[in-house]
Design a binder for this molecule. Structure first.
Ligand code: 6GU
Length: 241
């Protein structure tokens, strides 16, 4: 069985969207993974097809109903479905590459895309959902976050990436540093030269320069990643293991 993604959404027409082209699209057509988008509204029971209601306790916005969501989940997850049920929401834990690797190594995932102000807490608990966010900003819904998560997972599936890209992924991932700057021809462009060391043919010096650049850029842009990297180098195991 190939890696299977099921998405529960009020906007099934947003899928596969960008995942239908490029690397992920080719892998989809080759059957290396599969994607189904299910319309949550199809599981509404009243004559207005309502999927949300006003928040208990008052306040702005609307809350997605537990009963409708539970029926939708039940329809895509058969008894014994081993896939994690993930709810995309800005209040979730931050998605990182370690989670992506772990998800990609499993059987797939079921993604619930939040809309409105939130989701009834009772269905989150009853279904043991894992709540994930993709960053500290607010999207209009979980759909684009689901596309991001799927893109990150699919590129790691066996046979999806080329060997060269796979090797690059490993060196970057293992070191925990941001990438060094890249250059290609022309060697002179608008008065800017390629750093001489890269044209020197001295492989050890090139490796050292790239390493220094990666460290500099990581320190400047991502002190959090730098601290974790340093902790790892010292053999302390990182900030949170
Ligand atoms: Cl998963 N959903 C929404 N609506 N906003 C987000 C997000 C998710 N992750 C970051 N912002």
């Amino acid at each position: 069985m190939s890696w299977r993604a099921s998405v529960l959404t009020l906007f099934p027409e947003m899928f596969p969207g960008p995942l239908g082209v490029s690397l992920a699209g080719r892998a989809l057509r080759e059957g290396l993974w599969s994607l189904e988008a299910h319309d949550i509204r199809a599981f509404a029971t009243d004559r207005h097809r309502s999927v949300d209601d006003t928040p208990a306790g008052g306040g702005a916005g609307m809350v997605m109903r537990a009963d409708v969501l539970d029926a939708a989940i039940g329809s895509v997850m058969a008894e014994g479905d081993a896939r994690p049920l993930i709810c995309l929401t800005p209040r979730g834990r931050l998605l990182d590459q370690a989670m992506v690797r772990s998800l990609a190594a499993g059987p797939g995932c079921v993604l619930l895309c939040g809309r409105y102000e939130g989701i009834d807490q009772r269905v989150i608990e009853a279904r043991g959902m894992v709540e994930l966010s993709i960053g500290d900003y607010v999207l209009s819904g979980g759909e684009t976050a689901a596309l991001v998560l799927l893109d990150a997972c699919v590129r790691l599936l066996p046979g999806v990436m080329g060997a060269a890209e796979s090797a690059a992924e490993e060196s970057h991932g293992a070191e925990g540093l941001l990438e060094y700057p890249h250059y290609t021809r022309p060697t002179q462009w608008q008065g800017r030269a390629i750093p001489a060391v890269l044209l020197s043919g001295h492989h050890a010096e090139i490796a050292r320069w790239r390493r220094e650049q990666a460290e500099k850029i990581t320190k400047e842009r991502r002190p959090d990643l730098w601290a974790r990297h340093e902790a790892k180098q010292r053999g302390a195991g990182g900030m949170d293991g």
